[in-house]
Design a protein around this ligand. Structure first.
Ligand code: COA
Length: 384
């Protein structure tokens, strides 16, 4: 039985900052941010947006009354949780009118969460071929104003419908993974912003990729020539490029050059949006599918990495007619139809929050789903 992604959707907030303007405001050389880090724009979520509302927006792009009734599993991968106890997936069941006979929960393991959800969904569909699973990656990457990580912030959500009728990507059984307790990135419960040992994180990310790629080749008798593209977790676009560099000199120069070309297609959207944390690999997948010359039956290798740390390297096959099953127009307009805001406006929004007893004027909301109010310390959401 084939299992994989039947539909995939994407949402990012309607406002962004220009990375050159951020560099100027922080007295940095813009080339450091655009070339050294590899970003152009950074999404800025509105005060009424969070992991729940963005997950609802991305999911709404791929769900209809037919496929909703087949869903038996709802997983939200996030490290920007809105509650220490209640799962973001539960708010989704109501906002999206999903059936009650589903298992709905949240997964956290930094940027690996969505991949954990995807592999779990694959197993679920294998056991229940007539059912579908909704897996959503949704995060706001926050390091803080004037921190080294600030340039690697961003926000957004990728929603994937996993089923036995994959119309975008078939997941193969070829996967290798590893876990190790590492202090490269964390966010204590008291903090809204992440703590990172950025350079150490780079080092572990690259080491995990090299280890898993060696293991993948050995276990499955694979070579780089088996893959049209290698897609990476890209919290900022320079990071995947660094992992890719480890292949230089180890594979043919021709294949290396081709993989680099494919990589450029996979980072096009990421450059425009910034860090999605656990959704970053999957935004890279969307970017690749829509901006490259990839063909049906081409094989892709996907590298997922979550600090802390878990890594997984797995393969997938592109399905015939994949573009007809992605709402290209909706995704393009999510990226193109945004408003640039000034660095000082971004700084104000960054420190803004909705407190207990406060509500949001629906007139100010640009999307469909929003945090309506916080009442008795409970977050209440609504759809416009
Ligand atoms: N022109 C072009 N490139 C420039 C430059 C310029 N004027 N100035 C610097 N650079 C390059 C550097 O050479 C470096 O490239 P390299 O990484 O290939 O060596 C890059 O820009 C970044 O410079 P660096 O001095 O290392 O930046 P930094 O000390 O500000 O830190 C990060 C950058 C990425 C480490 C920091 O933003 C961070 O910690 N981000 C969080 C990342 C993270 O931990 N993610 C974990 C999730 S996986």
């Amino acid at each position: 039985m084939d299992i994989g992604i039947e539909k995939i959707g994407f949402y990012t907030p309607k406002q962004y900052i220009d990375i050159v303007e951020l560099a100027q405001a922080r007295n940095q050389d813009p080339d450091k941010f655009t070339i050294g880090i590899g970003q152009d724009k950074q999404a800025v979520p509105a005060v009424y947006e969070d992991a729940v509302t963005m997950a609802a927006e991305a999911s709404n792009q791929i769900l209809d009354s037919d496929n909703k009734s087949d869903i038996g599993l709802v997983i939200v991968g996030t490290e920007s949780s809105v509650d220490e106890s209640k799962a973001a997936a539960l708010y989704l069941t109501e906002l999206l009118n999903l059936p009650e006979n589903v298992r709905a929960f949240e997964i956290k393991e930094a940027c690996y969460g969505a991949t954990a959800g995807l592999q779990m969904a694959k197993n679920f569909v294998a056991a229940h071929p007539d059912k579908k699973a909704l897996v959503v990656a949704s995060d706001i990457a926050r390091y803080g104003i004037n921190t080294p990580g600030e340039v690697t912030q961003g926000a957004g959500s990728v929603a994937m419908l996993i089923s036995s009728e994959p119309k975008v990507l078939k997941l193969t059984d070829q996967t290798v993974y590893m876990s190790r307790n590492v202090g490269d990135f964390w966010r204590p419960t008291f903090s809204k912003t992440a703590f990172a040992r950025g350079k150490f994180s780079n080092q572990i990310y690259i080491e995990f990729f090299e280890t898993l790629w060696a293991r993948y080749q050995k276990e499955f008798g694979a070579t780089a020539d088996d893959f049209k593209a290698m897609l990476y977790h890209i919290p900022y676009t320079k990071m995947g490029a660094k992992a890719m560099r480890t292949l230089d000199g180890k594979i043919s120069a021709e294949k290396y050059a081709q993989l680099q070309t494919e990589y450029q297609a996979s980072i096009k959207f990421g450059r425009e949006v910034g860090n999605l944390y656990t959704g970053s690999l999957y935004l890279g997948l969307i970017s690749y599918l829509l901006n490259s010359d990839v063909k049906p039956d081409d094989n892709l290798l996907l590298f997922s990495y979550g600090s802390g740390a878990v890594g997984e390297l797995y393969s997938a096959e592109v399905v015939d007619g994949f573009k007809d099953n992605i709402n290209v127009q909706a995704i393009k307009s999510v990226i193109d139809d945004r408003e640039k805001i000034s660095i000082s406006d971004y700084e104000k929004i960054f420190s803004d929050s909705i407190e207990d007893g406060q509500s949001v004027d629906p007139e100010t909301v640009t999307g469909k789903f929003y945090l309506k109010e916080i009442k008795e310390n409970e977050r209440l959401y609504s759809a416009k």
